[in-house]
Design a protein around this ligand. Structure first.
Ligand SMILES: [Zn+2]
Ligand SMILES: [Zn+2]
Length: 631
């Protein structure tokens, strides 16, 4: 089933949580109700497909008019009228030839086309062509002899159901927007008007959904990223290749500092590796040929082919191999914020969410079999520490397992897969964090776990992928000398809790709506002298903040002195627009008493405060990475 992409949910591979069957039925029935309303308003309307989708439904319409916002109101009105008539959803079965004749009689040319396709090729072909699985029948791959229809008032639709019994069982709906869609997804076919509707079982749920959409629009990282000078793109540099402005670079550096501290605590060491690499390494790793379509064309250097690196793993393996390793050296945890490049079609690029180059919070943990579970568990706990710190309340793990019946698609070693899956499952159970399981989606070198997180407005992001890899040890002959003096294979854990800077910062922008906590704020304080004669004192305050010992990634408090020839009010407004945590206003009184008047970006007035007290406060917020809550 194809799904509309909503703002802020562009993350790759996020499955919609399945609506409970009842809601799904309501949504699909609402599509029919809308078609019935459209048919009454424009009797010559022709219908394409109309499936239930995440949050509602759509229907593709061929109409004599171009729909406007006012028309949506009209259609919605008509839908309510029909809903209140308690129209039954009546199922009718017909031989396919009779069905074709009926649809011809009604002038429903698209339905006739679908029926002919059903007759010749079966429902699987139809579902594949239209993206609508609800058209008809089970998954027959041959032709279909009998088809089912649903009748709602005068509207008759080719459909397998199921539906509600009566139109008044459709709880709460709202028509959302209109988009263009080519019939059967082919641009050579006519363009239809795709009308989306939202359907929920309560008004509260609908209102919440509308609030979410509105918040997502306001918090859109592309918009805020521009307004807050976080990142930019340049046509001359290329699409999908973000340029980080000074403000965005501060955020990156703070995240890296955080990662370094947390990883140090968990016993990691840090490494650095180059951006390009000979093809040889990628044949060995299996990226070539498995992963070639995600890589860029090679660069030729002295007759040899070099690729931009799509992953850091093979390089870390080379570092592992650079020395003999004994059981006493394990676990060996190598971390790097590593820049990688992966091919994305230009049409798929989206701000920082989908880029062609990104910097990963990467690490590889080399361990013995008997250490793998505890190491994996530690990685899970590290995720949770980050998420707690950032106020990410909702998260879960998504466990991707291979389809064991198609193991040769991966690597033909079922016992190893089962053992690796068992380790992960134990670690997940022990962690106590919620998880879901997904069949047939594992990476080619082992089962994986994605951490899915939700921003405060409920948008779900796939941020971090973790894998337990038992293939690398063979491909790269990664081994260690055991206590028994023999060579043993190592397990490799791939992990990236903070994902890439690109995607994680996009998430944080939405999550915080640009109001970053003090430790992440690109500018932490701005000094605003009331008039020119207060500049001297303002400079003294600036010096004291600037030279104070506060452990930020940038070496101290990030403070600005606003000396522009503007009014104090204007400067306060500017600081609020830039979402700067502290505004320090200095005038005669402050200079006389040796204090600053502190205003927060929220508008809260903390009144006069000695400069040292303010520095202590900022230091505490930076150290704990928590803002002090003002009640
Ligand atoms: Zn239907
Ligand atoms: Zn890796």
């Amino acid at each position: 089933m194809s799904q509309p992409i909503e703002k802020g949910t562009e993350a790759k591979n996020i499955p919609a949580p399945l609506a409970p069957a009842e809601l799904e039925r309501m949504r699909h029935s609402a599509a029919h109700l809308m078609a019935a309303a459209v048919q009454q308003l424009w009797p010559t309307a022709r219908f394409g497909v109309g499936p239930a989708v995440k949050n509602g439904f759509y229907y593709d319409l061929d109409l004599p008019v171009q729909l406007t916002q006012a028309d949506l109101g009209k259609i919605e009105q008509k839908m309510r009228e029909l809903k209140n008539k308690k129209l039954p959803y009546e199922r009718i079965e017909l031989p396919v030839d009779e069905a074709i004749a009926e649809m011809e009689r009604r002038g429903q040319t698209y339905k006739v086309e679908l029926l002919n396709l059903l007759k010749e090729k079966g429902s699987t072909a139809v579902a594949k062509e239209t993206g609508d699985e609800d058209v008809i029948g089970s998954n027959e791959s041959g032709g279909v002899a009998q088809v089912s229809f649903y009748k709602t008032g005068e509207f008759l639709d080719l459909c397998r159901g199921p539906h509600v019994e009566s139109s008044n069982q459709i709880a709460v709906f709202k028509l959302m927007n209109i988009a263009g869609a080519y019939w059967r997804g082919n641009e050579k076919n006519p363009q239809l008007q795709r009308l989306y509707g939202a359907v929920f079982s309560t008004k509260e749920e609908l209102d919440h959904y509308l609030w979410q959409l509105e918040e997502a629009r306001k918090r859109d990282h592309r918009k805020l990223g521009q307004e807050l000078d976080i990142f930019t793109f340049s046509d001359d540099v290329g699409q999908g290749l973000p340029l980080w402005m000074p403000n965005g670079t501060v955020i990156r550096e703070e995240l890296e500092k955080l990662a370094k501290e947390e990883e140090r605590r968990d016993g990691y060491v840090r490494v650095s590796t180059p951006h390009i690499t000979k093809d040889k390494l990628y044949y060995r790793s299996g990226h070539l040929p498995y992963y070639r379509e995600d890589m860029y064309a090679p660069i030729e250097i002295e007759g040899e082919e070099y690729f931009l690196k799509p992953m850091n793993c093979p390089h870390h393996h080379q570092l592992y191999l650079a020395r003999l390793r004994s059981y006493r050296d394990l676990p060996l945890r190598m971390a790097e914020y590593g820049q990688v490049y992966r091919y994305e079609q230009s049409g798929a690029l989206s701000g920082l969410m989908r880029t062609r180059g990104f910097n990963q919070n990467d690490a590889h943990l080399y361990c013995r079999y008997d250490q793998a579970k505890d190491e994996f568990l530690k990685v899970m706990r590290l995720h949770a520490r980050y998420y707690d710190m950032m106020g990410i309340k909702e998260y879960y793990m998504r466990f991707s397992k291979p389809d064991l019946s198609k193991l040769d698609k991966y690597v033909n070693e079922p016992e190893k897969w089962l053992a690796a899956m068992e380790i992960i499952k134990q670690a997940m159970d022990e962690s106590g964090y919620p998880y879901v399981e997904a069949e047939g989606e594992a990476a080619f070198y082992g089962p994986k776990i994605d951490f899915m997180i939700k921003s405060v407005i409920g948008t779900e992001y796939a941020i971090s992928t973790n894998q337990l890899d038992f293939v690398a040890s063979e491909r790269f002959e990664l081994s260690y000398k055991g206590e028994d003096g023999k060579d043993h294979p190592v397990y490799v854990i791939h992990r990236a809790p903070l994902g890439s800077h690109e995607r994680f910062v996009a998430f944080l922008i939405e999550h915080y709506a640009g109001v970053f906590p003090t430790w992440l704020a690109p500018v932490q304080a701005v000094i605003i002298p009331i008039s020119d004669r207060h500049k001297e004192y303002a400079h003294q305050v600036y010096e004291r903040l600037f030279s104070s010992e506060v452990p930020t990634a940038t070496g101290g408090i990030r403070v600005l002195l606003d000396e522009a020839r503007e009014s104090m009010q204007k400067k306060i407004r500017n600081a609020q627009v830039k979402k700067i945590p502290y505004m320090l206003i200095v005038g005669d009184k402050e200079a006389e008493d040796g204090v600053v008047s502190v205003r927060l970006r929220s508008g809260v007035d903390l009144k006069a405060m000695p400069v040292e007290e303010l520095i202590d406060r900022i230091r505490a917020e930076v150290k704990t990475r928590q803002d002090i809550v003002v009640s």
